[in-house]
Design a protein around this ligand. Structure first.
Ligand SMILES: NC(=O)c1ccc[n+]([C@@H]2O[C@H](COP(=O)([O-])OP(=O)(O)OC[C@H]3O[C@@H](n4cnc5c(N)ncnc54)[C@H](OP(=O)(O)O)[C@@H]3O)[C@@H](O)[C@H]2O)c1
Length: 202
């Protein structure tokens, strides 16, 4: 149980709004846990997708997130916003939500890639509750994604036991995960998918 819960990447919630895809041209995407690892790669790939999509990237200490600050400088003003957000601190969540509402109105895509929500016995009920709530009243799908074993700071201590061809680059894993997000349907709400698109029963 612990291993299964730890393996889940996190939540991706996609709104089926006016834009064809929040992850594509012109939409607004938010990535939580964006200072490094898989989250940072999501930010990179989302920015690269079109010259118009906007990305809100969050982590606990944006001032120390050198890679995010560099990305911000490399892109046109307004394309990347970096905000402080600690998923264990409600005040920072509320402040980020208020800032996003003011600047962007709403989000088309939310990706949570923080380690914290992988805590066993937390992510499952949280995701179930969120997906049920979304399913009831909003045109939003909330899914869980498993990235495979990906070369990041988090996995480094365990990489010795992983065969070379099973250790994915961040680029490869995020490419796969974005293609799942692009094709997600409303009826996928509450489902769990592996990096290769296979549904994982849970
Ligand atoms: N890498 C893998 O092989 C693998 C496999 C299966 C599942 N996963 C899951 O994928 C997710 C991302 O993993 P990763 O390998 O990219 O990890 P990582 O390289 O350690 O990055 C984690 C990110 O989460 C942020 N973060 C940590 N605590 C936070 C908090 N309380 N509030 C807000 N942000 C916080 C960190 O930013 P700051 O410290 O700067 O705030 C960092 O940007 C995790 O949920 C992990 O369990 C990873």
């Amino acid at each position: 149980m612990r291993r299964r819960a730890m393996a889940r990447l996190a939540v991706a919630a996609r709104a089926f709004s006016a834009s064809a895809s929040g992850a594509g041209a012109g939409g607004v995407s938010m990535v939580q846990g964006a200072s490094r690892g898989i989250g940072l790669e999501f930010v990179r790939q989302l920015l690269r997708r079109s010259g118009e999509g906007r990305v809100v990237a969050t982590c606990r200490a944006p001032g120390s997130a050198a890679e995010l600050q560099k990305l911000k400088e490399e892109h046109a003003p307004g394309r990347l916003t970096v905000l402080p957000l600690d998923v264990t601190d409600e005040n920072t969540i509320e402040a980020a939500a208020a800032s996003i509402t003011e600047t962007h109105g709403s989000l088309d895509l939310l990706i949570n890639s923080t380690g914290i929500l992988s805590i066993p016995n937390v992510i499952q009920p949280v995701t179930k509750t969120v997906s049920v709530e979304f399913g009831r009243k909003d045109n939003i799908a909330c899914i869980l994604l498993h990235p495979g074993t990906v070369d990041t700071d988090l996995s480094r201590p365990f990489q010795r036991n992983v065969p070379k061809d099973k250790l994915f680059t961040r680029e490869f894993s995020v490419q796969k995960l974005l293609s799942i997000i692009d094709n997600v349907k409303k009826s996928d709400n509450g489902k769990f998918f592996a990096w290769d698109g296979q549904e994982i029963p849970w």
